[in-house]
Design a protein around this ligand. Structure first.
Ligand SMILES: [Zn+2]
Length: 474
């Protein structure tokens, strides 16, 4: 009855780890059409014998233990080749009876500190309710469980209300490699003269590493002097909000919005929307196919182990050494599993002036985006982060290039007006992306690098911006 996508079966041993300890009995394959049956039951599954499945793109569920007909222990499948990371889950349940009530316990998280402590809850959708919803917080509990060696367990109660539905549960809004490819194919079909898509390399699993260039056509001529903003996302595959923010950036930049038109006139945007396609397809949380946390390998990436990093880094180095190019920004988009809001990490530099200049963009973004927190924004040079894109590129690119990590919470942001918190929706993440994009106009205006007199004047853009209403309320 039970089967798995990949060869391997977890043992019957209940020995669970609490923190980053490698155990041999962690499941390595996703469950595939797995019926969870009462002990000793040998007949064909009946209605109400739940069928679990995670054998689809970005799926993750490694094992289910039947406790009672009302309660099931669920095990996240660790990242491929790296059992330290167990956070992302994404699976379906079907074969329910009408109004069947269950408790699911997710018992093998690798992190203890979690936004579940702050009220985050899993997402659910179903065939007849295709929009993702958060499970009500009154039905979710995150606690140290004595039955699981005091490991942190997330328990949630759920009532299946439609017996023909397939229900899907996930850690956060999924955003698959295929979804990105469909989005980019749609952009291709529009034949925009401001948009170009190239293949930077293929991954170990022969997936595309896409590079997008968004700018006015005259800016891509070989001898054109150009200011470049380089944006990457999804180096950590479970950090799906980073893809929503990145799509928000892209959608805005290719749009007819007057601010976007001005930005394209003066600037060249280069976007690598998914730095770790293999990890995304596999349903990993943090690692690539071979178990590498790619955001710790920027210093010396290898062709065989980290091909997407090699390709991206080479491209950045070419831009950095091109005398016609000012590489002004590098921003790598992530999602954060314990903090609220959008915020940034930047670098600490010895030169006071460089350090000060670096704080300008986050301040402007904070003024534009109600979910962006300057309080959470910090600058550091931790040794453990030496291999991140932000740290490595900050140390080797031209001193004029600002390098940041942009983080956005997996859960919610604090609203200044109501003093409350607002859980992010897919639209909320898109909106942060639009705000990231339009803040570049404020930055370049402040630095007098965008001047009236070319095709689109700043004055005209501002006027039209107002006539569209305040952008941060769009
Ligand atoms: Zn990350």
């Amino acid at each position: 009855m039970a089967s798995r996508c990949e060869s391997q079966e977890s043992g019957g041993n209940e020995d669970l780890d609490s923190e980053n300890v490698v155990k041999v009995n962690e499941p390595v394959g996703n469950l595939s059409s797995y019926y969870s049956l009462p002990p000793g039951y040998t007949g064909t599954p009946k209605k109400g014998h739940l069928m679990f499945d995670a054998c689809f793109e970005s799926g993750n569920l490694g094992r289910v233990d039947y406790i009672t007909e009302f309660e099931y222990d669920l095990f996240i499948r660790p990242d491929t080749c790296n059992p330290r990371f167990r956070v992302w889950f994404n699976f379906t349940v079907e074969n329910t009876t009408p109004y069947q009530r269950v408790i699911f316990n997710i018992v093998n998280f690798s992190k203890t500190k979690s936004l579940y402590r702050e009220g985050m809850t899993p997402l659910v959708k179903s065939t007849s309710r295709p929009k993702w919803q958060r499970i009500p917080s009154k039905n979710c509990f995150y606690y140290r469980c004595p039955d699981h060696r005091k490991n942190y367990v997330l328990s949630f109660a759920f009532a299946f209300d439609n017996e023909t539905d397939v229900y899907q549960f996930a850690y956060c809004f999924p955003y698959t490699y295929s979804r990105l490819q469909n989005f980019l194919a749609e952009l291709d079909r529009r034949n925009l003269d401001c948009y170009r898509r190239e293949l930077l390399c293929l991954t170990v699993q022969r997936k595309r590493l896409d590079l997008l260039t968004i700018t006015s056509p005259e800016n891509v001529k070989d001898d054109a002097k150009r200011r470049v903003i380089f944006i990457t996302a999804r180096i950590h595959p479970g950090e799906t909000p980073s893809s929503y923010v990145c799509q928000g950036v892209i959608d805005f930049l290719v749009s007819k919005h007057p601010v976007a038109c001005v930005l394209r006139t003066y600037l060249v945007f280069k976007v690598v929307p998914m730095l770790n396609p293999d990890g995304v397809v596999l349903g990993n949380y943090r690692c690539s196919l071979m178990g590498f946390d790619l955001n710790r390998h920027w210093q010396e990436p290898s062709h065989w182990a980290h091909p997407t990093l090699v390709a991206c880094k080479n491209h950045l180095m070419e831009l950095d050494s091109d005398e016609n190019v000012h590489l002004d920004f590098y921003i790598d988009i992530h999602a954060h599993s314990t903090m609220m809001n959008g915020f940034m990490y930047g670098n600490i530099y010895d030169e006071e002036e460089r350090f000060e200049r670096q704080a300008v963009y986050p301040r402007l973004l904070c003024a534009n985006a109600e979910d962006f927190s300057m309080t959470n924004t910090s600058f550091n040079k931790d040794a453990v982060k030496a291999g991140t894109g932000r740290r490595f590129l900050g140390s080797c690119l031209n001193a004029k290039t600002h390098c940041y990590t942009l983080e956005v919470s997996f859960f919610s942001y604090n609203t200044a007006i109501s003093q409350g918190t607002s859980p992010y929706t897919e639209e909320g993440y898109f909106k942060l992306g639009r705000n990231v994009a339009r803040t570049f106009l404020d930055y370049y205006k402040l630095n007098s690098l965008v001047l009236p007199g070319k095709k689109n004047t700043v004055k005209a853009a501002n006027h039209r911006k107002e006539s569209h209403g305040a952008d941060n309320k769009e």
